[in-house]
Design a protein around this ligand. Sequence first.
Ligand code: FAD
Length: 282
Amino acid sequence: MSSISNFLEVFVARKWLAGPYISDAIRASERLNRKHVKALINYLGEEYHKKENVDDAVGQYLELVKEIRKKNINAEITIKPTQIGLLLGKRVFAANYGRILELARKNHVFVWFDMEESWSVTDTIRVFASEMGKGGTGLCIQTYLERSMGDVKALAKRNAIIRLVKGAHKVPERGGFKTREETTQNFLKVMEYMFRHCGEFTVGSHDSTIIDRALALNKKYKKHVTYAMLTGVRNDYAFELAKRGERVSIYVTYGQHWVAYTYRRLKEINNLKLIVRSIFGG
Ligand SMILES: Cc1cc2nc3c(=O)[nH]c(=O)nc-3n(C[C@H](O)[C@H](O)[C@H](O)COP(=O)(O)OP(=O)(O)OC[C@H]3O[C@@H](n4cnc5c(N)ncnc54)[C@H](O)[C@@H]3O)c2cc1C
């Protein structure tokens, strides 16, 4: 292993990831639950072109659902579409999603879709929409995409449960907001629409501008809002919100494929103060 990836693993990845195994994710979730925070568990890995990788990921999620129930953890699971077969075709993807959902519904474990690159959005929404009527599932919408307001309006009409985020992948040349400021303004617009038209949803952000606005809007609308953050970014603030009686969840990742995830988080934090605070702070 190169010294750079050694550094990443020791100082960065460990701050953001629970560890390689399901048992690590369960232990991390138990710690969060003790602070009245729900865990949002993701098994690392994405963009799988090989059936064996897809089968492994599906197997992990099935196992994870059973472990969550067995240990009685307050946790949901969140899956990347390309991890469970989107690149092998929509039918494989839909079948794997259906399989995980069936077991998850039986065990009362909520299943989310993460949202990935912009090319995957339409297919992800379509497959999600085929199952959402039966409940127990929600999906992520990214406000760096111009289409996000239209998607949210269409999904809200069908009572979909949405997790709103800015977006962590490559902003597409066409149909994407180029600056963080435009993305944030769009987030605020879409979120306001959700307060008016959705009963239950998640605000996935560490940005105080967004969280403060959501807290203020909820005084008026009194919706079932969850504030969700990533492990290791603003844990102390998440715990404080939970202590104040807000619904809070923290995204917990585990698995061996930590490199892509770690680089994505690093790319996002372009301010050194925030890197230091994120690595060594709470
Ligand atoms: C629960 C969850 C699930 C997600 N799921 C997805 C997904 O499925 N698909 C996807 O593309 N993306 C996902 N993301 C990532 C998301 O899209 C963003 O890339 C990520 O959350 C960073 O955006 P932000 O809104 O937190 O604010 P940023 O724009 O990164 O930061 C804005 C401001 O937040 C404040 N801030 C940030 N960190 C700190 C800190 N440590 N201390 C104090 N202030 C701080 C600062 O004021 C900063 O300027 C998810 C994020 C979360 C939280």
